[in-house]
Each structure stands twice: as structure tokens, then as C-alpha cells.
Write a protein that binds this ligand. Structure first.
Ligand SMILES: [Zn+2]
Ligand SMILES: [Zn+2]
Length: 180
């Protein structure tokens, strides 16, 4: 079977209504059908009591264990606060030239920063971070082209600086790896 699907695995999301728009956006952007995949994960393994956060790499490792043959890419979307030991938090993590990526919605909502709720802005941030992390799975490093979705974002205001799409050079690399 051809690896022809982009699977999205929801992990502890407080609001599942973000999934349909995300699936539609990813299908459109990557030209590969995006669908929900349900997986039971052992999140206790990734939980760090002292930090009250979840170790991103340990979740990512579980996402890509025994992937379905039809999996072109696997994207975990979690409501949990994630980290890696050298950073205080992450918006997401991905396997460079791999199959798996993970994004967290925990710090993407305005409310987290004491700002007025903005559903559209939240959705836009989620799309950007999802596309960004998936971009790494295609072997894309951080890109300096102004506005490219592969610009690195260390805080929420950096996310605003970039577009939801790849610059031409990055888009070309992604296109070469399409299954269809
Ligand atoms: Zn990145
Ligand atoms: Zn770029």
C-alpha cells in the first residue's frame, strides 16, 4: 500500500472542534488526504512532575511506533504543555526527514497570555505550527525568507510574523516528496 495519508492523532485536546478545519487545511496545503487516527498513548511516561509538563520527544516516539502502512506523515495535536530538557516549552517538535511531528495548542491561545480570546488567531497559529513541524519532516531546516512558515518561532509574537505557507524554495522541496 502506498503511504498516502496524513494522519492526525488527537492527544488530550480540550476542544475537538479544531480538528476538522485542521484536516481540511492540511489536505489542501500538502495535497494529501488528512484523516484522524486514534492511538492510545502512555502519557504518564512522558510526564515530568517537577516541571508539570510532558517531554515532547517521548510523545513523538510513541506517535511513530508501528505506523499504519498508509501513513505518509503522522501529526500529533495535543492540548498538553510540552518541553524538551534544554527549553522551557515548545510549540512543536518533529523528526527531521522522518514521518512524525507533534504540535501543542497549550500556548497558542490568546487567553494563555491574558489577552482577549480570538478563535481565528488561534486557528491561524495552529495551522502555522502544524505546517511548520510537518515541514521539518520533509527535511526543511529553519528558513530566513521573510514570512516563510519555516521561520523559527520562539514566542507567540514570532508566530504572527510568518505566513501560513512555505516560501517558493521550501514549497519546492515539499512538493518533491508528495506520494501522489
Ligand atoms: Zn522549527
Ligand atoms: Zn522558506
Amino acid at each position: 500500500m502506498n503511504p498516502s495519508k496524513l494522519y492526525v492523532i488527537p492527544i488530550q485536546l480540550s476542544d475537538n472542534s479544531l480538528l476538522d478545519p485542521l484536516l481540511a487545511y492540511l489536505t489542501h496545503d500538502f495535497g494529501v488526504p488528512a484523516e484522524i487516527l486514534r492511538r492510545e498513548l502512555d502519557l504518564a511516561k512522558a510526564y515530568n512532575v517537577e516541571r508539570d509538563q510532558y517531554y515532547s520527544s517521548m510523545i513523538l516516539a510513541q506517535l511513530i511506533e508501528n505506523p499504519p502502512e498508509s501513513a505518509f506523515r503522522i501529526l500529533g495535536v495535543t492540548g498538553l504543555d510540552i518541553y524538551i530538557p534544554v527549553l522551557t516549552y515548545l510549540f512543536g517538535e518533529a523528526q527531521f526527514k522522518g514521518i512524525g511531528a507533534l504540535v501543542s495548542t497549550f500556548r497558542l491561545r490568546n487567553e494563555f497570555y491574558g489577552r482577549p480570546s480570538d478563535a481565528q488567531l488561534f486557528e491561524e497559529r495552529l495551522f502555522k505550527e502544524a505546517v511548520h513541524e510537518l515541514g521539518h519532516t520533509f527535511g526543511l531546516p529553519h528558513c530566513h525568507y521573510p514570512g516563510c512558515v519555516m521561520n523559527s518561532s520562539t514566542d507567540i509574537d514570532d508566530v504572527a510574523e510568518k505566513m501560513v505557507s512555505f516560501c517558493r524554495a521550501c514549497a519546492q522541496i515539499v512538493r518533491q516528496d508528495r506520494p501522489l
